[in-house]
Design a protein around this ligand. Structure first.
Ligand code: ADP
Ligand code: ADP
Ligand code: MG
Length: 448
């Protein structure tokens, strides 16, 4: 590939541009009126305005994106994460325009985007799934019957859901009765489909996922796990690799299950198999994300591999160059998602970044989307940057992260760095002793 269009913005656009530069590939960026001043626009070889700030008029405007891609004669389109990255119609249109989509085939995106279908596929492939239904639930009456069979608490989920939206935990029948129709309506509004299913709610669980990579030529490898259990509203805030919870036995079983999952759909390019892990170490398939993950840098830091480069190479038709036994997990890495938000209520706090200072330290990588003077727009995800801290061991990571946030400065808007300082000072976190309920249990999250 000689030229790539990046159908995204901010931090991830900058991340992809850096690898393009290293590979001698020209990068074409796109920006909305809200983003014209952001660093990635200047960093790209060329940048084009795509429209007004609302996503439908800019980053989700498929025709406009394809028009620029064709006019610029790009060889590939990288969708980043979010936006069009898991939109199979987009991926199909890109391929039909004679341009490589830097991600899996549109058929696989389509198949894994539907959580019910994904559960069915994984069940048939022998991958353990969360106990629950593998057929859509048609109405409240059926939902109550199924929930009784499974046993409360349960998780009511939209088959099309994502980003922590379209799911609700129900502890008893009254709460299910209260939640069913509104969750269905919300799913319809957000994702255009109200197909629902029910899972057993796994209490005291951790979210641990496996990074996988396929080349579409028969080779599939895993790049070990990420523990993403520190969450707010079912969304990740801190991720780390290795997981402090996994021992060699469970790690091996989980990586085998992830490879099995990937083989079941002949996966190509980068993907993530998400598992929910119960207290007893039993793990269950949650979903597969058919894209580069926000938290991919922790995997890059412990494996020493550039996942975006791999994505571009595989999309160019090259086979994977490393065998499974040539990929090692070395040292420890932790990612902190710095958001423009109130650290206690998690409500977005858009506005102008007046000052922004990231201390420079050995082993700290900042994947950022903004510089001082920029506006954090209310139109998009309020993530400002990802701070990736690495060391030879977890203890070193914790100390380094503390030192980082101690020196870190941001003024003009609210951000969640005080939350990171509280988490880093917590005994249980320091011991690696945490579940997805950590922020609520520690009362670091105000009920909203
Ligand atoms: P992951 O599963 O990769 O950890 P999440 O589900 O937390 O990621 O985040 C993906 C989400 O990132 C999207 O649903 C969207 O809300 C958000 N997003 C999309 N594009 C961007 C971007 N350029 N910068 C920051 N966040 C983004
Ligand atoms: P999304 O597509 O929004 O990422 P997931 O199914 O991956 O949805 O779930 C997101 C998060 O919600 C998980 O990381 C976990 O914290 C929580 N969760 C989802 N399903 C369950 C479940 N059955 N039991 C307990 N927690 C769950
Ligand atoms: Mg998920």
């Amino acid at each position: 590939m000689r030229k790539i269009l990046i159908a995204n913005r901010g931090e991830i656009a900058g991340r992809i541009i850096r690898t393009c530069n290293e590979m001698g590939i020209e990068s074409i960026a796109v920006y909305s009126d809200a983003d014209s001043e952001l660093p990635y626009v200047k960093q790209a070889t060329k940048a084009f305005r795509i429209g007004e700030p609302p996503v439908m008029k800019s980053y989700l405007n498929v025709n406009k994106l394809l028009e620029i891609a064709l006019k610029e004669k790009v060889d590939g389109i990288h969708p980043g994460y979010g936006f069009l990255s898991e939109n199979s119609t987009f991926a199909k249109k890109v391929e039909e325009s004679g341009i490589r989509f830097i991600g899996p085939s549109w058929q696989v995106i389509d198949a894994m985007g539907d959580k019910i279908q994904a559960r069915k596929t994984m069940k048939n492939a022998g991958v353990p799934i969360v106990p629950g239904t593998v057929e859509p639930i048609s109405d409240l009456e059926e939902a109550c019957r199924v929930a009784n069979e499974i046993g409360y608490p349960i998780m009511l989920k939209a088959s099309s859901g994502g980003g922590g939206i379209g799911m609700v935990r129900c502890d008893d029948e009254p709460s299910l009765k209260k939640a069913f129709v509104s969750t269905q309506q919300r799913a319809k509004a957000y994702f255009g489909s109200d197909l629902m299913f029910i899972e057993k709610y796994i209490a005291g669980a951790r979210h641990i996922e496996m990074q996988i990579f396929g080349d579409g030529q028969g080779n599939i490898v895993h790049l070990f796990e990420r523990d993403c259990s520190i969450q707010r509203r079912n969304q990740k805030v801190i991720e780390e690799s290795p997981s402090p919870f996994l021992n060699e036995t469970i790690r091996n079983e989980m990586s085998e299950a992830a490879i099995k999952a990937a083989r079941a759909v002949s996966y190509s390019n980068a993907g993530t198999v998400e598992f929910i892990v119960a207290e007893d170490g039993q793990f269950y398939f949650l979903e597969m994300n058919t894209r580069l993950q926000v938290e991919h840098p922790v995997t890059e830091m412990v494996t020493g591999l550039d996942l975006v480069r791999w994505q571009i190479e595989v999309a160019s038709g090259k086979p994977l160059t490393l065998l499974q036994n040539e990929i090692a997990q070395k040292g420890h890495s932790m990612e902190f998602r710095l958001y423009a938000e109130d650290p206690a209520t998690f409500l977005p706090s858009p506005g102008k970044l007046v000052t922004l200072h990231f201390p420079e330290m050995v082993g700290v990588r900042v994947d950022g989307g903004y510089e001082a003077g920029n506006q954090v727009s209310p139109f998009y995800d309020p993530m400002i940057a990802k701070i990736i801290v690495s060391d030879s061991n977890r203890k070193g990571c914790l100390l380094k992260a503390k030192a980082f946030f101690n020196d870190f400065q941001l003024t003009g808007i609210k951000c969640n760095s005080p939350l990171f300082e509280q988490i880093l000072n917590d005994d249980d976190f320091q011991k690696g002793n945490y579940t997805t309920a950590f922020l609520t249990e520690k009362q670091l999250m105000k009920k909203s």
